[in-house]
Design a binder for this molecule. Structure first.
Ligand code: SF4
Length: 706
């Protein structure tokens, strides 16, 4: 039996698999497949992904909330009619922007493209954004301003294989995408694995094998640390001066912006010893091409990016890479580790508030004109930029804000920051429509729920963390009345009197190709036929005969002057910083067993049994001071809310830090506590650091917190 070749439904590594139908209806068995990113490996999430296809509470029929306030089964036609009628009434009373759309970085390229078009052409609203704003926006903003383009990894992941040093800033790939660790092998053996993380994460633990370095910085201080690394590189004559003069716009900015960050000053801010900072800078520099090294990479993840200064922290990392002459060099570079399965493709095709397909700006007159022609509409009819995710959520149900919201591929009630505020805004809506696979926390609040297809039930394309476009293939039929999200867009559009929305993903991709032609993320040369023939196509692919672009900067940077741009940045404290009442930092992150909001993985028995509940990692010294034993309840309180959860006492966290995984919902959702302060450039909320009060929780007679 050959099986159906596809890819894992979860993270952006998009491990290759084959699916084999089994006797149970709708079920498959998964086997790993050789592929450059996963090299035949799968993590525990990938191995158990088929379980999600047959979960007992799978949504299989549309639901509409009845007069008694309960979700009740209905037909697709009835649900679509109801939603379309409500849209007409709300837009008649409040205008086009009364309807908002929220997408997801797990949607296929075809769905992401159709969602953006649905918002702009069918609903004619500016209010569209997506959960990639919580994932990739800071790295995207930083790379756009430095290099003129944003592709997470501007090189194939396999290029890392020969590197002598890899600096990972805020990325825990040993848990989030374990097969990717194989690409670090050479750096690990050379003692060149450098990890910046306030926790001794699984990835940071790898530095202990071969004299790698764990830079265990205070939360919220990565920027200061990287400025100091760059300071050492420049002051010790380790920079690639020829690269700086030939390929960078203003090297002096680099010198001026890091001059005051000598390691001893950085030590006071970050807690990382000055000697360790110097040693790390020297190890990284020794691997750089200018010193005849095997190659060096700097990679960032959400730990560096999900801050109110995330764009500047990534910029500092890019500046360090430029100082060492890494970007655009074979075997070296800067990249961002994308998180969500289609986090890359999801931000190229128009789900984002300020973008049109092909990674075009919605404010660019030429882009508006081109895309409007593809869509068959007047360019002046296209909405302008809308609000970013948090700002959009904050406006829901307000006097001037949207009165209705569509949610596709996102579980806002677990994954957005400051959940009390999110819950209040969703409750203020007159219509909440959710398309999902399972009754997620957000779906359970909806007025209308559409049951939609998931990975093994649908055809389409995804774009991996390295910008490679991949085919997702259906292996089983969807259960019950399940249809694609494309059917929601087409069904509503038709009822609004708008045509041009196909439910065939191949047709949608053909239109996406035309709409992206000439844009930065040009897919016009990519066809399903080329992908099905096994071609490795990294965008841009501007025509059918083009081989794709595995290495984006091989021939220069796509800026106006062809040079990389140095942007001066400086450290600043976290928005909600420590105080006498809240003297510890709360940081959040992921576990090996779960994916994002956990809506899928919490329903997989093997994964749920392995990590069944939320917990708080607390340093032994703090636990002793507060009288908190391992496994005992602890209360965390921030300016936004409080929660009680079991303690895991471990020296893996700093004494000034508490770590909580964010995969859990309801009373276990740590985003009740996180801060929605925004990065001024990317509009990324500060998930990763805020001040928290930690106390031993007192349980009442029933075992419930008193
Ligand atoms: Fe691979 Fe990521 Fe799926 Fe794990 S979750 S199998 S690392 S794609």
């Amino acid at each position: 039996m050959t099986g159906v070749a596809t890819h894992c439904p979860y993270c952006a590594l998009q491990c290759a698999t084959t699916l084999h139908p089994v006797a149970k209806p709708g079920a498959v068995e998964v086997r790993p497949r050789q592929f450059p990113t996963n090299r035949g490996g799968l993590c525990r999430k990938g191995w158990t992904a088929p379980d999600v296809l047959t979960v007992p509470d799978r949504l299989t029929v549309p639901l509409v909330r009845n007069a008694a306030g309960e979700l009740e089964e209905t037909s697709w036609d009835a649900a679509l009619d109801f939603v379309a009628d409500r849209i007409k009434a709300l837009q008649a009373s409040h205008g086009r922007d009364a309807i908002a759309v929220f997408g997801g970085g797990g949607l296929t390229n075809e769905k992401a493209y159709a969602l953006g078009k649905f918002a702009r052409v069918a609903l004619k609203t500016a209010n569209v954004d997506y959960n990639g704003r919580f994932c990739m926006s800071s790295a995207a903003a930083a790379t756009n301003r430095a290099f003129g383009i944003d592709r997470g990894l501007p090189f194939p992941l396999a290029d890392l294989g020969g590197a002598g040093a890899v600096l990972l800033v805020g990325s825990n790939i040993a848990e989030t995408m374990p097969p990717a660790v194989a690409h670090l092998q050479a750096a690990r053996e050379a003692g060149g694995l450098l990890v910046v993380d306030p926790r001794r994460s699984a990835t940071a633990g790898l530095t202990e094998e071969n004299a790698g370095i764990h830079l265990q910085a205070t939360p919220g201080t990565d920027l200061a640390l990287v400025l100091a690394l760059t300071h050492v590189v420049l002051q010790e004559g380790l920079a690639d001066t020829a690269f700086l003069s030939e390929r960078v716009d203003d090297p002096d900015v680099l010198i001026r912006s890091t001059a005051s960050w000598w390691p001893e000053r950085a030590e006071r801010v970050t807690g990382v010893p000055a000697a360790t900072i110097r040693q790390a800078a020297r190890v990284l520099a020794a691997a750089a091409p200018v010193h005849g090294g095997a190659g060096a990479y700097i990679l960032t993840g959400r730990g560096a990016e999900q801050h109110s200064k995330g764009t500047d922290t990534v910029t500092a990392c890019i500046n360090l890479a430029l100082a060492l002459g890494l970007p655009g060099r074979m075997g070296s570079g800067y990249g961002c580790i994308t998180g969500q399965g289609n986090g890359q493709g999801g931000r190229e095709h128009g789900q984002k508030a300020d973008q049109l397909p092909g990674y075009r700006s919605i404010e660019d007159p030429a882009a508006r004109s081109y895309v409007a022609q593809v869509w068959g509409v007047d360019p002046d009819e296209l909405p302008r930029s809308g609000k970013s995710a948090v700002e959009l959520i904050d406006s829901l149900g307000t006097a001037a804000g949207p009165k209705a919201l569509f949610v596709h591929g996102s579980n806002l009630l677990v994954s957005a920051p400051n959940l009390a505020s999110v819950r209040e805004r969703l409750a203020a809506l007159e219509l909440l429509v959710v398309a999902d696979v399972v009754p997620s926390e957000t779906a359970l609040l909806a007025d209308v729920v559409f049951p939609v297809t998931q990975w093994a039930e649908e055809d389409g394309t995804m774009t991996s963390l390295e910008g490679r476009v991949l085919r997702r293939r259906a292996a089983v039929s969807a259960p019950g009345e399940v249809r694609s999200d494309l059917a929601v867009f087409a069904g509503i559009a038709e009822r609004l009197g708008i045509d041009g929305f196909s439910t065939d993903p191949r047709e949608v991709f053909e239109e996406l190709r035309r709409a992206s032609a000439g844009g930065k993320a040009d897919y016009s040369g990519i066809s399903w036929a080329r992908l099905d023939a096994g071609e490795a196509l990294f965008w841009p692919v501007p025509h059918e005969g083009h081989p794709g672009t595995p290495r984006l900067f091989a021939d220069g940077f796509p800026t106006a002057d062809g040079r990389a741009h140095v942007v001066p940045v400086d450290h600043r404290p976290v928005a909600d910083d420590l105080s006498g009442d809240a003297p510890i930092y709360l940081v959040t992150g992921r576990l090996l067993q779960h994916y994002q909001s956990g809506a899928q993985t919490r329903r997989v028995p093997e994964l749920a049994e392995a990590e069944p509940e939320v917990f708080a990692e607390i340093h032994p010294r703090v636990a002793a001071q507060l009288g908190i034993g391992d496994g005992r309840p602890v209360r965390l309180r921030t300016a936004r809310g409080s929660m009680v959860l079991p303690a895991r006492v471990t020296a893996d966290v700093r004494p000034d830090t508490v770590f909580v995984p964010f995969h859990y919902g309801g009373a276990e959702a740590v985003n009740e506590l996180t801060n929605d302060a925004l990065d001024p450039v990317s509009r990324m909320p500060e998930f990763k650091a805020c001040a928290v009060e930690v106390t031993a929780a007192v349980l009442g007679a029933t075992g419930v917190p008193a």
